[in-house]
Write a protein that binds this ligand. Structure first.
Ligand SMILES: NC(=O)c1ccc[n+]([C@@H]2O[C@H](COP(=O)([O-])OP(=O)(O)OC[C@H]3O[C@@H](n4cnc5c(N)ncnc54)[C@H](OP(=O)(O)O)[C@@H]3O)[C@@H](O)[C@H]2O)c1
Length: 217
């Protein structure tokens, strides 16, 4: 297998499996206890990655406030066409930011390095190799659903951690943790449940991805 970082996907979903509402705006799904857990997971990562859909919807800083900018994890955005706004918070605050675009995107940003790969979308295998080369050992993928789907599809997930909040948002068009085209049963990503923890009003489920299909999940 190509050398790449250890990849942890983390997200929060409702009790009916939605990561946001049909309005696609940020919804507080995590409990305060879970937010603390997410902060320490971020702090223990070398880089944090989201898709441009999350930048446009939520405009997150992606920083760890308890750490000085020089010690905060690298912020990475998957953005094939260069849609990250110049005023996005992910470009501010002094923490390094890498915007991964396709080969066809000429956009540049003040406050970010640009790494080009892939034709239609960012080539994740290339990007992971490059991150490994730069010393990124642990990568946290924070979403959204299209991004998480691509990481699963490319076999680039080691752990999947999902907090299940005690609310229902519903809506057939409201996104779930893994969007994309979906998998048929024969291609389903098999997981092994490692831990279940009650965290305030919700539960955290921690899974490992099963690589050897012969092993029981
Ligand atoms: N509950 C949670 O834990 C959580 C966490 C994060 C986000 N969210 C929610 O999720 C929603 C956004 O999710 P989303 O699925 O629309 O967007 P997303 O996953 O944040 O971003 C997807 C976009 O990234 C770009 N991209 C570039 N290369 C890619 C690749 N190889 N694979 C996949 N995407 C690639 C694509 O746009 P281009 O083709 O233009 O490059 C794609 O449309 C927001 O409503 C946000 O609130 C929830």
């Amino acid at each position: 297998m190509a050398m790449r970082p250890y990849i942890v996907v983390n997200c929060a979903m409702t009790a009916d499996g939605k990561i946001t509402s049909i309005a696609r705006r940020q919804v507080r799904i995590s409990s305060p206890e879970d937010l603390e857990r997410v902060k320490s997971l971020r702090a223990g990562s070398d880089a944090i990655l989201v898709g441009v859909g999350t930048i446009l919807a939520d405009d997150p800083h992606l920083t760890v406030k308890s750490l000085p900018p020089g010690k905060s994890p690298l912020r990475i955005v998957l953005d094939s066409q260069g849609r990250t706004p110049d005023g996005a918070k992910v470009l501010q605050g002094g923490t390094p930011t890498l915007i991964a675009t396709s080969n066809h995107c000429a956009k540049t940003w003040t406050g970010a390095e640009v790494l080009r790969s892939g034709e239609r979308q960012v080539d994740l295998q290339f990007l992971m190799g490059e991150l490994e080369r730069r010393g990124v050992k642990r990568l946290m993928v924070e979403g959204g659903g299209e991004t998480i789907s691509s990481f699963f599809k490319e076999g680039l997930v080691d752990e999947y951690r999902v907090f299940v909040g005690s609310l229902v948002l519903g809506g057939k068009d409201a996104p779930t943790p893994c969007e994309g085209q979906g998998f048929l049963e024969s291609d389903a990503v098999r997981l092994r449940l490692i831990n279940v923890t009650k965290m305030g009003s919700g539960a955290l489920l921690c899974y490992e991805v099963v690589r050897d299909a012969a092993q029981p999940a």
